[in-house]
Design a protein around this ligand. Sequence first.
Ligand code: NAD
Ligand code: UDP
Length: 309
Amino acid sequence: MKKKILVAGGAGFIGFHLCQSLLKNNKVICLDNYFTGSKKNIEILSKNKNFSFIKQNVQKKITLKCDEIYNLACPASPKKYQKNPLDTIKTNIFGSINLLELAKKNNAKIFQASTSEVYGDPLIHPQDESYRGNVNIIGVRACYDEGKRLAESIFFDYYRTHKINIKIARIFNTYGPNMNNDDGRVVSNFILSALKGNPLIIHGNGKQTRSFCYVSDTVRGLVKLMNSKMAIQGPINIGSDNEITIYNLAKKIIKLTNSKSKIVNVEKAEDDPIKRKPNLYLAKKLLNWNRQVKLENGLQKTIDYFKNK
Ligand code: NAD
Ligand code: UDP
């Protein structure tokens, strides 16, 4: 019999790709309130008879039957999660508790989409999972960073108290097709601007770095973690260790799109991390997971997606 898997946040960018991947062998229930998710994604997924959708906020109690739960429900773009910071905090805390209660009731495995943001503006480089981070607790990013940190704590307390089978991945910057046009994150912003011939706006001097992972690689990592033995709980970094400055990313996208766009620097974003790159030792050793898609190839696929859109 097919497993019944709940994906909270399945109408969003990574959630959409995760649902597509899980539907190959399972029944998938997506629960989402469309805060940043797209109805178009759900329309595409609904073509599969093993897919069903529930429009609901994870902050409310959830009652359904399932074998596994993925918690991706949370806005991920700084532009979106800072729009209503109190809601972001509530989604992380009450969403985690409600889904963990559901896992307890169903005796289900549960996965939490944590983030590289738990390391804040990191003082060690690259970041490994034992690093406890450098988050500005009272800053504008804290609703997300601290929300995700507390979610990890809640997951481990449910494990210690109720022996729930938990899995936590710290996802690093992921990009690819099916990001929303107004998402606000750097890859989609730069591609859309380059395709329209508009300036690519860099916050700050562009020397800040990120390490971008193509979405199919990220999703493979999340599923491998979910399917790993119970002793492997994480947190485990999932992402790319191919570090690039935001300035070089802009140049690359201008080149790949054959665009005449200029680069324009504006004021640095508040609390913007200066460097970010994961140490992937645990993902490789425990999950036998490796990134497969090169940045140029992943960017080209994403450019093609936005061109066709
Ligand atoms: P996204 O914003 O595209 O998707 C988030 C989804 O969650 C959306 O469909 C949204 O409508 C839904 N959602 C938000 N609040 C909700 C609520 N209260 N109730 C029900 N649904 C709600 O973001 P994404 O890039 O797909 O990220 C998915 C998850 O992965 C997030 O939890 C994010 O924090 C985590 N993550 C993503 C990245 C990345 O680079 N994409 C990096 C680190 C962590
Ligand atoms: N950024 C930028 N221009 C944009 C969007 C983002 O210069 O249009 C920068 C942002 O300040 C950060 C980096 O790109 O330094 C990555 O930002 P993003 O919002 O994609 O994700 P983050 O890693 O900050 O959560």
